[in-house]
Design a protein around this ligand. Sequence first.
Ligand code: IFM
Length: 443
Amino acid sequence: MTVKLTLPAQSKMLSQDFIYGVATASFQIEGGANSRLPCIWDTFCNTPGKVVDNSNGDIACDHFNNWQQDIDLIESLGVDAYRLSISWPRVITESGELNQDGVNFYLNILNELQRRNIKAFITLYHWDLPQHLEDNGGWLNRETAYLFAAYADKISQAFAGKVHSYATLNEPFCSAFLGYEAGIHAPGIVGKQYGKKAAHHLLLAHGLAMQVLEKNSPDTLNGIVLNFTPCYPESDSLADIKAAAFADDYFNQWYIKPLFDGEYPEIMAQLPKEHQPEILDGDMTIISHSMNFLGVNFYTRAIYRADADEHFLQIDAPEPRTDIGWEIYPKAFTELLLSLNEKFTLPPIYITENGAAMADKLVDGAVNDTDRIDYYQSHLNAVHDAIEQGVQVDGYFAWSLMDNFEWAEGYLKRFGIVYVDYESQLRTVKASGLAYKALISNR
Ligand code: IFM
């Protein structure tokens, strides 16, 4: 049982230059739904059966009203940086103009962060697509990529001088696969003919926005945030190894290879024509625009076996697992970082998300989440091991600052290092938050 987070004395992660932060996303914490346009997650939440506890993002952590105290909280943790996302439907009107009230909400936050010397890591898209764009085809419509670039253009001008880093997209895999293929995330579209098309338009949106950011914001770290769930074979059989490799290409490499190699994995040729994206001349050049950083989100791994009908079959996650059912397997984190470093010529990596959902209990005003501290300890060690073996990692963000709306799981899964009582909106720093704070301040 760990109550303290430590790293070896010589660890680069103990240098003052290594950035520690906390991360959130707009729809998951803000609330303030009446002050913005509807987004696809509003619609999804309002569709019966989609979100486990039938909840929505109307209030969430009420960060829309509590943002000042939340910045006090962030400062109290002693972090170097705060990663937040911008709600596209809050800052851009239906006709594509800036909504100044929405922009001011974020400008106030950015000014406060700047005043307190906390670096702002902005994500431009963390899944809350304006509903009116979805009504026009959403990410299945190529036009959405150009509208995203127009939004990036306007917002990066409005935020000039206040941002340390821009990520274009958070986890395009989740937007494309979960949203437009498996249908378990908004907008809930199901079908193999959609996922890779949506993915291509998302990656195109990223590339177009990178061009804009290079012009408007050349001094910020500009890049993308990808999630990786490394794929392991169930056995040493060739069939299982091939199945895991196919899954890896389908779920992970599909999103990184175009960025660094300018092409999709070779398995594309094995997909039926109608499942393949439509790639126009010049698209891959736009998509592979150079970046200043790569954001890596890691939580768990997945295990696959060969399957007669499909290319792969994922088996149930073995123990130990977090409260959301994800296996705790930190070794995969080190192996992932090493393999990415070997496969691609990467810019510096930031771990933009890592953390665990645990079944927290608030007892006598405290949350003694030693299980989460154990998770953080083993995963910080895993990053340290990768750095020792030559991977350049410049920062680490805990997911999440506070408990929040965990998408299709509603409010039932708690990822925060700060506990949120959703009735009173009272925040309580968990033992993990205190341990994270101590690690940072003891550097
Ligand atoms: O809560 C999410 C976040 O929005 C994106 N990455 C994974 C987290 C945990 O599921």
